[in-house]
Design a protein. Sequence first.
Lengths: 327, 273
Amino acid sequence: MTDSPLLAVDNLRIDIGGGKERHAAVEDVSFSIARGETFGLVGESGCGKSITALSIMGLLRHPLSLGSGSSIVLDGQPIHNASAAEMRSLRGRRIGMIFQEPMTALNPLSPVGRQIAEMFVLHMGMGWKEATERAVDSLRQVRVPSPERRVHDYPHQLSGGMRQRVMIAIALACSPDMLIADEPTTALDVTVQAEIVDLMRDLCAEKGTAILMISHDLGLVAQVCRRVAVMYAGRIVEQRASAEVFKDPRHPYTRGLLASLPRLGARSQHGRQRLNEISGVVPAVSAFPRGCRFNPRCGARTDICTIEDPQTTPLDGGQGLVRCHHA
Amino acid sequence: MKWGTNLWVGGGLVGVSILVGVFADVIQLADPVTSANLMNAEIPPGREFPFGTDAQGRDIYSRIVHGARISLTVGLVSQIANSIIGVTLGLTAGYWGGWWDDFVSGLTNLMLAIPSLIFALAIMAILGPGLVSLLIALGLTNWSYSCRIARAQVLSLKSQGYIQAARILGYGDLRIMFTQLLPNMLGPLIVMATLGMGGAILAEAALSFLGLGIRPPYPSWGSMLSDAREQINTAPWLSVFPGLAIFLTVLGLNLLGDGLRDILDPQSKERTA
């Protein structure tokens, strides 16, 4: 069992709509995450990162649905066709999740300690008294000062960073096997971002929890994740160890993303430099272009790109892959 | 301190009417039913009869004190029934959606299209007058407002992060409904319920006025008003005091509803201060 991956997503397809209006918003997405590994999923808004996460949680709702042939296996157990009750016992217990907006992800009418304690009651069958004591410990673990007092606070009495700490405490309360972090730092100040990321990484390392980090922030992903998958228009276009991606990006989209990172003190010979950009926008799900989906925005486009869909090419001795005709 | 005024005045009025109802046997001056004495008929308010006497010579004060029991029972019980029916339907309809939502919405629209007083009247006509049939009639006919509010609240709360978070953390449907959704929509529902209690008291008065409510000789504010309408020129105190009792109780409930709404918001400054 130790060799098999914790999570294996294979040939994932997510359909949007039904009947004639059905389109694949995510297609042919495969990746696996080992125990305790950190894996990043990167891409622009609307490229399918978040719904990939939702599909792992079994929370796709109309008009989204899991396409046939998709397989999601958690710890050797297929979960793509699990019943609602089975999924419910997995969520929170074995897969935790934290979100982008710590402002709205907490119930405003319930003290934060109670919201943490509820996880112990719900998933571990503890009594409220014991669970509340554990909640204080959880708050201490996420480095909230004077946790004995803070357990009684309501969410609106806490700052954004503190709320995200509480969210992490809730997500990691039951020591899940995996933590899905969907843009966990987007809504926070830059100074707080680093603290939250460090905290998340330390705690997960301590508990042996794997992280699936979803972000459009390449810098963050490089800092946290061992391996990265870059998504574009519902497909993985490049998937490699993150060091390799930053050293030698192979897909033009990845190159574009890296080139558009602002660098402190960056100057060209002419004195001032305009920040690079990838022109255009992600195509709509109903209007994916023929051939390579990135071709209308690609600087290295040739004729074949507009005609033929590129297949994946293995890289780094089978450890990585890229989906480009010219890689 | 503006919110405090509403709360205290409303709470005071409601509190007084509850106390009056509870201790009616203690503070009455004469038996409300059996003290009839035609020799004392239609005596204006004075030292012996503070609110005067009615056409049968019964003490109006004592009858009003006992009428509080009936009015408050009707208001409370029928509104609790309405709230339970309405919130259950609205919560489940908003949360689950689909055909159940269509069905509940259709039913709500149907109920709203029928004037509830006429509907209650029809039920009363079938069940016959009396307190129990009054509770049934009023308890089954006014849930559409709480249902609509509950459903609308659920629809707006459903998109909130913490409701989705609860799902992601493995909460069951019922747990989400009762621990996450219900507490967060309680504010408007409580305001609705206090207003509805006032409405139920008025509806009881109207039904009793029409002769389909509480059976005489038992005192209810509505039936007292009904009896008094022929003497409104010669003995106005017969209608003024029951009318005043209804007015103050309903006013108190409405103010209480407003006051509660203010303190039920966890972010209101006054609460944390």
